[in-house]
Unconditional design. Structure first.
Length: 319
Protein backbone atom coordinates (compact mmCIF):
# COMPACT_ATOMS: atom_id res chain seq x y z
CA UNK A 1 0.00 0.00 0.00
CA UNK A 2 1.42 3.35 -0.99
CA UNK A 3 1.19 6.56 0.96
CA UNK A 4 -1.45 8.14 -1.24
CA UNK A 5 -4.55 9.11 0.71
CA UNK A 6 -2.87 8.26 3.98
CA UNK A 7 -3.62 11.67 5.41
CA UNK A 8 -1.62 14.81 5.88
CA UNK A 9 1.54 14.22 7.75
CA UNK A 10 2.96 17.24 5.92
CA UNK A 11 3.81 20.71 7.08
CA UNK A 12 0.62 22.25 5.63
CA UNK A 13 2.28 25.64 5.91
CA UNK A 14 4.44 27.61 3.53
CA UNK A 15 6.91 25.57 1.51
CA UNK A 16 9.60 26.86 -0.85
CA UNK A 17 10.33 24.64 -3.83
CA UNK A 18 13.46 25.45 -5.82
CA UNK A 19 13.20 24.11 -9.37
CA UNK A 20 9.41 24.10 -9.08
CA UNK A 21 8.97 24.87 -12.78
CA UNK A 22 10.84 21.73 -13.79
CA UNK A 23 9.76 18.19 -14.46
CA UNK A 24 9.66 16.73 -10.93
CA UNK A 25 9.22 20.14 -9.27
CA UNK A 26 6.06 21.10 -11.13
CA UNK A 27 4.37 17.80 -10.23
CA UNK A 28 5.44 18.28 -6.62
CA UNK A 29 4.07 21.84 -6.51
CA UNK A 30 0.70 20.59 -7.79
CA UNK A 31 0.63 17.93 -5.08
CA UNK A 32 1.64 20.31 -2.28
CA UNK A 33 -1.11 22.72 -3.30
CA UNK A 34 -3.61 19.90 -3.52
CA UNK A 35 -2.74 19.12 0.12
CA UNK A 36 -3.48 22.69 1.16
CA UNK A 37 0.06 24.04 1.42
CA UNK A 38 1.12 27.51 0.32
CA UNK A 39 3.90 27.16 -2.21
CA UNK A 40 6.65 29.55 -3.26
CA UNK A 41 8.84 28.63 -6.23
CA UNK A 42 12.33 29.85 -7.10
CA UNK A 43 13.31 28.85 -10.63
CA UNK A 44 15.44 30.54 -13.29
CA UNK A 45 13.44 28.77 -16.03
CA UNK A 46 16.63 27.46 -17.62
CA UNK A 47 15.00 24.09 -18.27
CA UNK A 48 11.75 24.64 -16.38
CA UNK A 49 8.67 26.25 -17.90
CA UNK A 50 6.49 29.01 -16.49
CA UNK A 51 3.35 27.37 -17.88
CA UNK A 52 4.04 24.25 -15.80
CA UNK A 53 3.90 26.19 -12.52
CA UNK A 54 0.60 25.86 -10.72
CA UNK A 55 -1.29 29.20 -10.79
CA UNK A 56 -1.75 29.05 -7.02
CA UNK A 57 2.01 29.07 -6.42
CA UNK A 58 4.07 32.25 -6.20
CA UNK A 59 6.89 32.07 -8.77
CA UNK A 60 10.12 34.03 -8.39
CA UNK A 61 12.07 33.84 -11.63
CA UNK A 62 15.46 33.84 -10.03
CA UNK A 63 18.74 31.97 -9.97
CA UNK A 64 19.46 30.01 -6.80
CA UNK A 65 22.92 31.65 -6.81
CA UNK A 66 21.45 35.16 -6.74
CA UNK A 67 21.78 37.60 -3.84
CA UNK A 68 18.05 38.26 -4.28
CA UNK A 69 17.30 34.82 -2.81
CA UNK A 70 17.65 36.35 0.65
CA UNK A 71 14.76 38.76 -0.01
CA UNK A 72 12.50 35.86 -0.93
CA UNK A 73 13.27 34.08 2.36
CA UNK A 74 12.72 37.30 4.36
CA UNK A 75 9.46 38.09 2.66
CA UNK A 76 7.94 34.62 2.39
CA UNK A 77 9.24 32.99 5.62
CA UNK A 78 8.79 29.38 4.47
CA UNK A 79 8.99 26.69 7.17
CA UNK A 80 10.30 24.10 4.76
CA UNK A 81 12.41 24.00 1.62
CA UNK A 82 12.44 21.32 -1.04
CA UNK A 83 15.59 21.85 -3.06
CA UNK A 84 15.26 20.47 -6.57
CA UNK A 85 16.89 23.19 -8.70
CA UNK A 86 20.08 21.86 -10.22
CA UNK A 87 22.31 21.52 -13.21
CA UNK A 88 21.18 17.94 -13.81
CA UNK A 89 22.84 16.97 -17.07
CA UNK A 90 25.62 14.43 -16.50
CA UNK A 91 27.37 15.13 -19.81
CA UNK A 92 27.37 18.89 -19.23
CA UNK A 93 28.91 18.24 -15.84
CA UNK A 94 31.80 16.40 -17.46
CA UNK A 95 32.28 19.17 -20.04
CA UNK A 96 32.01 21.98 -17.53
CA UNK A 97 32.57 20.74 -13.97
CA UNK A 98 32.95 24.34 -12.76
CA UNK A 99 29.46 25.31 -13.86
CA UNK A 100 28.03 22.14 -12.32
CA UNK A 101 29.71 22.91 -9.00
CA UNK A 102 28.66 26.56 -9.18
CA UNK A 103 24.97 25.68 -9.45
CA UNK A 104 24.83 22.42 -7.54
CA UNK A 105 27.18 23.27 -4.69
CA UNK A 106 27.42 27.07 -4.39
CA UNK A 107 23.78 27.54 -5.41
CA UNK A 108 22.71 25.00 -2.82
CA UNK A 109 24.85 26.69 -0.16
CA UNK A 110 23.16 30.00 -0.96
CA UNK A 111 19.78 28.36 -0.36
CA UNK A 112 20.94 26.62 2.83
CA UNK A 113 22.53 29.75 4.30
CA UNK A 114 19.39 31.82 3.82
CA UNK A 115 17.22 28.93 4.98
CA UNK A 116 18.98 28.52 8.33
CA UNK A 117 19.08 32.27 8.97
CA UNK A 118 15.42 32.80 8.18
CA UNK A 119 13.64 30.27 10.32
CA UNK A 120 13.46 27.30 7.94
CA UNK A 121 13.17 24.11 9.97
CA UNK A 122 13.48 21.42 7.32
CA UNK A 123 15.21 20.99 3.96
CA UNK A 124 14.54 18.09 1.59
CA UNK A 125 17.09 17.60 -1.16
CA UNK A 126 16.93 15.81 -4.50
CA UNK A 127 20.05 13.68 -4.68
CA UNK A 128 20.71 11.00 -7.24
CA UNK A 129 20.94 7.26 -6.60
CA UNK A 130 21.95 6.81 -10.23
CA UNK A 131 24.97 9.09 -9.76
CA UNK A 132 26.29 8.99 -6.18
CA UNK A 133 27.05 5.24 -5.99
CA UNK A 134 28.96 5.01 -9.27
CA UNK A 135 29.40 1.52 -10.71
CA UNK A 136 27.58 -0.68 -8.22
CA UNK A 137 29.03 -3.68 -6.40
CA UNK A 138 25.63 -4.87 -5.20
CA UNK A 139 22.34 -4.91 -7.11
CA UNK A 140 20.13 -3.28 -6.01
CA UNK A 141 22.21 -0.80 -3.97
CA UNK A 142 21.06 0.18 -0.50
CA UNK A 143 21.89 3.54 1.12
CA UNK A 144 24.92 1.96 2.82
CA UNK A 145 26.53 1.10 -0.54
CA UNK A 146 29.89 2.84 -1.00
CA UNK A 147 29.72 6.11 -2.92
CA UNK A 148 32.19 6.53 -5.79
CA UNK A 149 30.53 8.93 -8.22
CA UNK A 150 31.77 8.71 -11.81
CA UNK A 151 30.85 12.25 -12.85
CA UNK A 152 31.14 15.80 -11.52
CA UNK A 153 27.32 15.75 -11.29
CA UNK A 154 27.49 12.74 -8.94
CA UNK A 155 30.21 14.45 -6.93
CA UNK A 156 28.20 17.67 -6.58
CA UNK A 157 25.10 15.73 -5.50
CA UNK A 158 27.12 13.86 -2.87
CA UNK A 159 28.65 17.14 -1.71
CA UNK A 160 25.11 18.55 -1.41
CA UNK A 161 24.21 15.70 0.93
CA UNK A 162 27.30 16.33 3.03
CA UNK A 163 26.64 20.07 3.31
CA UNK A 164 23.07 19.33 4.30
CA UNK A 165 24.30 17.00 7.04
CA UNK A 166 26.72 19.71 8.18
CA UNK A 167 23.90 22.24 8.57
CA UNK A 168 21.80 19.62 10.33
CA UNK A 169 24.62 18.77 12.76
CA UNK A 170 25.72 22.30 13.52
CA UNK A 171 22.60 24.44 13.10
CA UNK A 172 19.82 22.05 14.05
CA UNK A 173 18.30 22.09 10.58
CA UNK A 174 16.25 18.98 9.87
CA UNK A 175 17.24 17.25 6.62
CA UNK A 176 16.23 14.60 4.17
CA UNK A 177 18.20 13.61 1.07
CA UNK A 178 16.32 11.50 -1.43
CA UNK A 179 18.45 9.53 -3.85
CA UNK A 180 16.20 9.25 -6.88
CA UNK A 181 16.64 6.51 -9.47
CA UNK A 182 15.83 7.36 -13.13
CA UNK A 183 12.66 9.39 -12.99
CA UNK A 184 10.35 9.56 -16.01
CA UNK A 185 6.86 10.73 -16.87
CA UNK A 186 4.84 13.64 -18.28
CA UNK A 187 6.57 17.04 -18.56
CA UNK A 188 10.06 15.58 -18.71
CA UNK A 189 12.26 17.63 -20.97
CA UNK A 190 13.01 15.74 -24.16
CA UNK A 191 15.29 18.50 -25.44
CA UNK A 192 18.07 17.57 -23.07
CA UNK A 193 19.69 14.21 -22.81
CA UNK A 194 18.75 13.33 -19.30
CA UNK A 195 15.56 11.44 -20.01
CA UNK A 196 15.96 8.59 -22.46
CA UNK A 197 12.24 7.80 -22.22
CA UNK A 198 11.15 11.35 -23.05
CA UNK A 199 13.63 11.47 -25.92
CA UNK A 200 12.53 8.15 -27.47
CA UNK A 201 8.84 8.97 -27.00
CA UNK A 202 8.96 12.40 -28.58
CA UNK A 203 11.12 11.27 -31.49
CA UNK A 204 8.95 8.27 -32.25
CA UNK A 205 5.75 10.32 -32.11
CA UNK A 206 7.29 12.84 -34.51
CA UNK A 207 8.30 10.09 -36.93
CA UNK A 208 11.97 10.64 -36.07
CA UNK A 209 14.76 8.12 -35.70
CA UNK A 210 16.09 7.47 -32.20
CA UNK A 211 19.57 6.08 -31.69
CA UNK A 212 20.21 3.69 -28.84
CA UNK A 213 23.53 4.36 -27.14
CA UNK A 214 25.76 1.27 -26.98
CA UNK A 215 24.10 -2.12 -26.91
CA UNK A 216 20.94 -0.91 -25.17
CA UNK A 217 21.54 -3.69 -22.64
CA UNK A 218 22.50 -1.16 -19.96
CA UNK A 219 19.95 -1.24 -17.16
CA UNK A 220 18.23 1.48 -15.18
CA UNK A 221 15.71 1.63 -12.37
CA UNK A 222 12.91 3.66 -13.97
CA UNK A 223 10.59 5.21 -11.41
CA UNK A 224 7.44 7.12 -12.34
CA UNK A 225 7.29 10.79 -11.37
CA UNK A 226 4.11 10.46 -9.24
CA UNK A 227 5.83 7.82 -7.11
CA UNK A 228 8.79 10.15 -6.67
CA UNK A 229 6.50 12.99 -5.60
CA UNK A 230 4.94 10.64 -3.03
CA UNK A 231 8.40 9.86 -1.64
CA UNK A 232 8.93 13.58 -1.06
CA UNK A 233 5.51 13.93 0.55
CA UNK A 234 6.11 10.87 2.77
CA UNK A 235 9.34 12.34 4.16
CA UNK A 236 8.36 16.00 4.36
CA UNK A 237 7.33 16.03 8.03
CA UNK A 238 9.65 17.78 10.45
CA UNK A 239 10.23 14.62 12.47
CA UNK A 240 11.67 12.74 9.47
CA UNK A 241 15.43 12.85 8.85
CA UNK A 242 17.91 10.81 6.83
CA UNK A 243 19.00 9.58 3.44
CA UNK A 244 16.60 7.45 1.44
CA UNK A 245 16.78 5.68 -1.92
CA UNK A 246 13.78 6.18 -4.17
CA UNK A 247 13.54 3.45 -6.79
CA UNK A 248 11.57 0.38 -7.78
CA UNK A 249 14.33 -2.19 -7.19
CA UNK A 250 13.63 -3.45 -10.72
CA UNK A 251 16.20 -3.31 -13.50
CA UNK A 252 14.99 -2.62 -17.01
CA UNK A 253 17.17 -2.38 -20.08
CA UNK A 254 17.08 0.60 -22.39
CA UNK A 255 16.11 -1.91 -25.13
CA UNK A 256 13.04 -2.98 -23.14
CA UNK A 257 11.85 0.62 -22.75
CA UNK A 258 12.57 1.29 -26.40
CA UNK A 259 10.47 -1.75 -27.42
CA UNK A 260 7.50 -0.79 -25.24
CA UNK A 261 7.54 2.82 -26.45
CA UNK A 262 7.83 1.69 -30.04
CA UNK A 263 4.76 -0.48 -29.72
CA UNK A 264 2.78 2.19 -27.78
CA UNK A 265 3.55 4.87 -30.37
CA UNK A 266 3.18 2.57 -33.38
CA UNK A 267 6.52 3.85 -34.63
CA UNK A 268 8.08 2.14 -37.63
CA UNK A 269 11.58 3.49 -36.98
CA UNK A 270 14.64 1.30 -37.48
CA UNK A 271 16.45 -0.08 -34.45
CA UNK A 272 19.69 1.87 -34.72
CA UNK A 273 22.58 1.59 -32.28
CA UNK A 274 25.28 4.23 -31.80
CA UNK A 275 28.47 4.50 -29.80
CA UNK A 276 28.20 3.88 -26.09
CA UNK A 277 28.35 7.03 -23.99
CA UNK A 278 31.75 7.48 -22.37
CA UNK A 279 31.68 6.67 -18.68
CA UNK A 280 28.08 5.50 -18.76
CA UNK A 281 27.19 3.03 -16.01
CA UNK A 282 26.20 -0.42 -17.21
CA UNK A 283 23.77 -1.24 -14.44
CA UNK A 284 21.94 0.90 -11.95
CA UNK A 285 19.18 -0.20 -9.57
CA UNK A 286 18.21 0.95 -6.09
CA UNK A 287 17.01 -0.79 -2.98
CA UNK A 288 14.32 1.39 -1.37
CA UNK A 289 13.53 -0.94 1.54
CA UNK A 290 14.33 1.79 4.09
CA UNK A 291 11.70 4.12 2.64
CA UNK A 292 9.24 1.27 2.24
CA UNK A 293 9.63 -0.03 5.79
CA UNK A 294 9.53 3.35 7.49
CA UNK A 295 6.75 5.01 5.53
CA UNK A 296 4.92 2.31 3.61
CA UNK A 297 6.09 3.99 0.40
CA UNK A 298 5.74 1.64 -2.50
CA UNK A 299 5.90 2.51 -6.18
CA UNK A 300 2.38 2.27 -7.54
CA UNK A 301 3.01 2.66 -11.26
CA UNK A 302 4.51 -0.19 -13.30
CA UNK A 303 6.86 0.57 -16.18
CA UNK A 304 4.24 -0.43 -18.77
CA UNK A 305 1.60 1.77 -17.14
CA UNK A 306 3.99 4.68 -16.66
CA UNK A 307 5.18 4.51 -20.25
CA UNK A 308 1.58 4.48 -21.45
CA UNK A 309 0.83 7.61 -19.39
CA UNK A 310 3.99 9.26 -20.70
CA UNK A 311 3.21 8.47 -24.34
CA UNK A 312 -0.35 9.79 -23.86
CA UNK A 313 1.01 13.01 -22.40
CA UNK A 314 3.39 13.62 -25.32
CA UNK A 315 0.62 12.74 -27.78
CA UNK A 316 -1.54 15.41 -26.10
CA UNK A 317 1.29 17.93 -26.46
CA UNK A 318 1.34 17.41 -30.22
CA UNK A 319 -2.29 18.48 -30.70
N1 LIG B 1 15.01 13.26 -13.50
C1 LIG B 1 15.77 12.35 -12.91
O1 LIG B 1 15.83 11.21 -13.35
C2 LIG B 1 16.52 12.68 -11.64
C3 LIG B 1 17.25 11.65 -11.01
C4 LIG B 1 17.95 11.94 -9.85
C5 LIG B 1 17.93 13.22 -9.31
N2 LIG B 1 17.23 14.20 -9.96
C6 LIG B 1 17.26 15.55 -9.37
O2 LIG B 1 15.94 16.02 -9.22
C7 LIG B 1 15.93 17.42 -9.38
C8 LIG B 1 14.88 17.83 -10.40
O3 LIG B 1 15.21 17.25 -11.64
P1 LIG B 1 14.24 17.28 -12.90
O4 LIG B 1 14.37 15.97 -13.58
O5 LIG B 1 12.89 17.76 -12.51
O6 LIG B 1 15.00 18.34 -13.81
P2 LIG B 1 14.51 19.72 -14.44
O7 LIG B 1 15.65 20.25 -15.25
O8 LIG B 1 13.19 19.56 -15.12
O9 LIG B 1 14.30 20.62 -13.14
C9 LIG B 1 15.29 21.45 -12.61
C10 LIG B 1 14.68 22.82 -12.42
O10 LIG B 1 15.65 23.66 -11.80
C11 LIG B 1 15.69 24.89 -12.51
N3 LIG B 1 17.05 25.42 -12.38
C12 LIG B 1 18.19 24.92 -12.92
N4 LIG B 1 19.25 25.67 -12.56
C13 LIG B 1 18.76 26.67 -11.79
C14 LIG B 1 19.36 27.77 -11.11
N5 LIG B 1 20.68 28.01 -11.19
N6 LIG B 1 18.56 28.61 -10.41
C15 LIG B 1 17.23 28.40 -10.34
N7 LIG B 1 16.60 27.36 -10.94
C16 LIG B 1 17.37 26.51 -11.66
C17 LIG B 1 15.33 24.57 -13.94
O11 LIG B 1 14.83 25.67 -14.66
C18 LIG B 1 14.26 23.48 -13.74
O12 LIG B 1 12.98 24.03 -13.62
C19 LIG B 1 17.35 17.84 -9.76
O13 LIG B 1 18.01 18.25 -8.59
C20 LIG B 1 17.96 16.56 -10.27
O14 LIG B 1 19.36 16.54 -10.09
C21 LIG B 1 16.53 13.96 -11.10
Amino acid sequence: MGVRGKGRQYMSKKVLVTGGAGFIGSHLVDRLIQEGNQVVVIDNLSTGKRKQVNKKAVLYKMDIRSKRVERVFRKERPVGVIHLAAQMNVRHSTENPGFDADVNILGMLNILEHAVHNGVRKVSFASSGGAVYGEQEVYPAAESHRTEPLSPYGISKLAGEKYLAYYANTMGLRMVALRFANVYGPRQDSEGEAGVIAIFTKLMLEGGQPIINGTGKQTRDFVYVDDVVESIMATIGEDVQGIFNVGTGLESTVNECYGIIKSLTGSTCKDLYGAAKKGEQLRSVLNATKLRERFGWDPQVSLEEGLKLTVEYFQGQQK
